[in-house]
Structures are given as structure tokens and as C-alpha cells.
Design a binder for this molecule. Structure first.
Ligand SMILES: NC(=O)c1ccc[n+]([C@@H]2O[C@H](COP(=O)([O-])OP(=O)(O)OC[C@H]3O[C@@H](n4cnc5c(N)ncnc54)[C@H](OP(=O)(O)O)[C@@H]3O)[C@@H](O)[C@H]2O)c1
Length: 328
């Protein structure tokens, strides 16, 4: 099969197309999918750069999200040939070969049918970011009732979080550095969009909320703005730390935490068991069906242009970046 192979964990430049990579074989409990679309995630780059904990056997195929048709099933595995399925976060693209290839072997317990009415592209785009957003929103116990602040709001996790928070009826404040995305973010469900590059963004957000506190922040960015986020949170505020695209947080004053009894907690979508992923996914799909929201696709690149697709991802997309496995 054709596959993008990573020979060394020395960055994305170490990726090369192999036209004759071995076809995957379905082991116990697995099926093989003939893939149609795969979505990119920043963690693919981190893994390629050895900045991610996984150390898969090399060569490795990256790619955690994808949609495809079942072409082989191991004995005693349920999904039947020809079923079009999407992959939920599991080992795919982490420890086992992923979706930047024509085929992938995946645990049958980690695939689900495409939600009703979704296109193949939408199905390929959604699962990892929605499950992450879901964990970020639900990990503190009772669902939040107050305002939610989302950083890096235009990215995959950001858009998914806006949509889920909106479906839960929560006011959403979105932070994006790019003013041209404002209208789109409001359309997705944000009540207000602010620019984290403007040092006065906290005042702007306080005004937009009319004095109401922020109960939860879904934090994708880290870096210098983190202290401002801690400052703006309400009493008992919670920050779900998802990513750190802007790097480490300098000069963090822990006093902010105890004065307002705040909590900061990491999100790790990879810690969901297959059953937890399926349960979370069912809830996500039901929530989205209530509002009619769907995964937002930023761009789709032909299979051979994976490097260009990663450049687009690094440039700050609006939604998800995909590759079309069958297009060259
Ligand atoms: N913990 C987990 O389980 C988990 C799961 C999924 C993802 N993640 C992590 O969460 C983060 C977000 O993932 P994603 O898929 O949403 O990424 P993404 O699709 O690349 O989007 C991130 C958004 O953040 C903004 N951004 C990018 N670089 C930035 C920078 N240096 N400073 C400030 N803003 C920046 C951009 O929006 P604007 O240009 O509009 O500002 C961009 O659209 C990544 O670090 C990813 O690895 C973690």
C-alpha cells in the first residue's frame, strides 16, 4: 500500500511516501479499514519530533483520525465488510500504524459508524477533537452552568469546544489572534471573540460578560497569556489544560489559585478507555444533533501533499485540516 513512513523521530521532514509499504493485517480483535480521509493533529508533529511520550517501533505511520471501509476482519469481530466507519482515539497513529496510509488495522472496539447525515470528511475530522473537548468540559464533575472561555478557539479543539458548550447552552468567550475569523467563530456559537494579543482583552471580556464570572476555561495555548487567564477566572473557576502551542508559562503566581479556590487540571484524551470513548462519543453526537453543528473543515489536501497540510495546520487553521487518501 501507499503510506507516509516516518523513519526517525526527527521531525516532519523525516516523513516519506513509500509506494510499497506492507499492507496491515487484522490481529485479534481488529479490522482493516481502506481509508478515504484522515485528519491532522498537532500531536502528529509532536510525535514526529519526539516531543510526545509515545516511542512507536520505526518506521511508523502517523495519523490518529480517519474514516474508511472495513475490508478485512479478524475472526469473531463484528463490523461487516464494506461498513464505513470512523476511528475513535486509541492506539492508531500512536503505538500502531495510523491513517496517513491507504489502509490501517484498528481495534474493532475503537471504530463507530458515521453519525447520521455527516459527510465522510466531517466523519474523519471530528473524533479526536470532540472527545478532547468533551473531556475538558466534563472532567470536573457536574456540567458547567456559567461562561466558558476557550483559547486557540479557531483550531480543531477550539471549534469542537465552542460547539459542545453552545449545545449545553453555555455562554462562550473565544480567543483568537486572527480578527478575520471572528464572524465564523460567532457563527459556530461564540458570544464574544477577543484577541489575546491585545493586552486589554481581559477588560473587554469582563465587559462583554456584564460582570458574570467565567466558570471554565479550555486552554489550548499556554505561554504568556496563561497568567491573565488565571486572573480573569471567577470564584472556584476551573482551567482544563489541553495544549501548549505557545510554550511554557512564565512567572506563574500560585496565590491566584488559593484566593479564588481555583483548580487547574490536565486533559489527556488518550486516557479514555475504548468504552469511555464510545460513551463520550455517543453523548457528543447527541449534543451536536440538537444544534445541527458539524465538524468544521478548514482544508483538504491530496495524499501526496501531507507536508503542505502540516504547514497549513501550523499556520492557524479555522477548523480541521484533512488529507484525501485517494487523491494524489
Ligand atoms: N491533551 C489532549 O488530550 C489533547 C488533545 C488534542 C489536542 N491537544 C493539544 O491542544 C492544542 C490545540 O490543538 P488543536 O488541534 O486545536 O490545534 P490547531 O487545530 O492547530 O489549532 C490551534 C489554534 O490555536 C491558535 N494558535 C496556534 N499557535 C499559537 C500560538 N503559538 N500562540 C497562540 N495561539 C496559537 C491558532 O488560532 P488563532 O490563529 O485563531 O489564534 C490555531 O488555530 C495542541 O497543543 C494539541 O497538541 C491536546
Amino acid at each position: 500500500m501507499r503510506a507516509w513512513l516516518l523513519d526517525k523521530q526527527e521531525g516532519l521532514s523525516a516523513l516519506r511516501i513509500d509506494n510499497d509499504a506492507p499492507d496491515p493485517v487484522a490481529s485479534d480483535g481488529e479490522v482493516v479499514l481502506q481509508l478515504r480521509y484522515a485528519a491532522l493533529n498537532p500531536a502528529d508533529r509532536y510525535l514526529a519530533e519526539k516531543q510526545y511520550p509515545a516511542r512507536p517501533k520505526l518506521p511508523h505511520v502517523l495519523g490518529r483520525d480517519g474514516v474508511g471501509d472495513v475490508v478485512t476482519t479478524h475472526a469473531a469481530v463484528q463490523p461487516t465488510h464494506g461498513n464505513r466507519m470512523l476511528i475513535l482515539r486509541g492506539d492508531t497513529g500512536v503505538q500502531s500504524w495510523g491513517t496517513f496510509a491507504e489502509k490501517t488495522a484498528v481495534a474493532a472496539e475503537s471504530i463507530v459508524p458515521i453519525p447520521k447525515g455527516w459527510s465522510d470528511q466531517e466523519a474523519a475530522a471530528g473524533s479526536l477533537v470532540y472527545l478532547t473537548a468533551y473531556q475538558a468540559i466534563t472532567q470536573w464533575g457536574p456540567l458547567p452552568k456559567g461562561a466558558v472561555l476557550i483559547t486557540g478557539a479557531s483550531g480543531g479543539v477550539g471549534i469542537a469546544t465552542i460547539q459542545l458548550a453552545k449545545a449545553l447552552g453555555l455562554p462562550v468567550i473565544a480567543l483568537s489572534r486572527d480578527s478575520s475569523k471572528k464572524v465564523a467563530l460567532i457563527k459556530q456559537g461564540a458570544s464574544h471573540v477577543a484577541d489575546p494579543g491585545n493586552p486589554k482583552w481581559p477588560e473587554e471580556v469582563r465587559e462583554a460578560l456584564g460582570g458574570k464570572p467565567i466558570e471554565l476555561c479550555v486552554e489550548n495555548i499556554g505561554g504568556e497569556n496563561f497568567s491573565r487567564i488565571v486572573d480573569i477566572m471567577g470564584q472556584n473557576g476551573k482551567i482544563s489544560v489541553v495544549g501548549r502551542l505557545a510554550g511554557p508559562v512564565p512567572n506563574f503566581n500560585t496565590a491566584s489559585l488559593f484566593f479564588r479556590r481555583m483548580r487547574i487540571g490536565g486533559v489527556a484524551v488518550g486516557t479514555y478507555s475504548a468504552l469511555e470513548s464510545r460513551n463520550a462519543w455517543d453523548h457528543v453526537v447527541r449534543l451536536l444533533a440538537n444544534t445541527g453543528a458539524r465538524p468544521l473543515i478548514d482544508s483538504v489536501f491530496p495524499f501526496d501533499q501531507l507536508h503542505q497540510a502540516f504547514e497549513r495546520l501550523a499556520s492557524g487553521p479555522l477548523g480541521k485540516v484533512l488529507i484525501d487518501i485517494q487523491a494524489r
